[in-house]
Design a binder for this molecule. Structure first.
Ligand SMILES: [Zn+2]
Length: 218
């Protein structure tokens, strides 16, 4: 059971939304909004595959695949090549549509520092700093993301056990601390491009992400 300290959130609205991606892939999501999320931001959950069905009370025996995805306007919407967020999102949606799961779309842009600060950090990276060093140079922590609202959303969806689709050990650590049982961590693919090779290598080195990146690319 989640610890008592987790503030209760409730489902505000659930509505079916047909999705279509640039490569022609389509699926349908049940999109959930919430009341009571502690930071007051408009985070969403996308139920996919058999989890696009209406919520029923009581947990199913197999924990769903869950991916907390932090908003990245440049990557998710415009296909920025500076990161791998767009392909990660696209992969996560299809894998969850295949096996059933929830994508938690968290409004914490730029590892929580915000969109403008992320662009400031990009400018610093162009002078030689890596993604974490740039955040610190701007007076932020290397990664300011919190998964408290993710845990609240899972609780509102009636989920205490999840299979986490992520390469980031911090997500599993934080969710476990918040009372969510992570039954397993499922790695995502590596979406390497010439423009994001250095970024991915830094994530693997400094963020302890479990990415299998060819050394020649780093
Ligand atoms: Zn991104």
């Amino acid at each position: 059971m989640p610890p008592r300290s987790l503030p209760t959130a409730t489902i505000r609205t659930q509505v079916l939304v047909p999705l279509g991606f640039g490569d022609g892939y389509t699926t349908t999501a049940r999109v959930f909004s919430f009341d009571g999320l502690v930071d007051g931001l408009e985070h969403l959950a996308f139920g996919l595959g058999d989890r696009a069905a209406p919520l029923t009370s009581g947990e199913k025996s197999n924990p769903p695949l869950v991916r907390p995805h932090s908003e990245c306007l440049t990557g998710d919407v415009f296909g920025s090549q500076r990161c791998d967020c767009g392909p990660q999102l696209r992969e996560a949606v299809e894998r969850m549509a295949d096996s059933g799961g929830f994508l938690l779309y968290l409004r914490q842009e730029g590892r929580g520092i915000g969109l403008y600060a992320k662009l400031d950090a990009y400018a610093l990276q162009d002078t030689g700093l890596d993604t974490y060093e740039a955040n610190i140079a701007l007076g932020h922590r290397a990664d300011e993301r919190s998964y408290l609202v993710a845990a609240q959303m899972l609780q509102a969806l009636g989920l205490s056990r999840v299979a986490l689709l992520s390469n980031n050990p911090d997500k599993a650590r934080q969710l476990r601390r918040l009372g969510i049982t992570v039954t397993k961590q499922v790695p995502t693919g590596v979406h390497l491009s010439p423009a994001n090779a250095r970024y991915l290598a830094t994530k693997a080195r400094s963020g302890a992400h479990t990415l299998d990146i060819p050394l020649s690319a780093a």
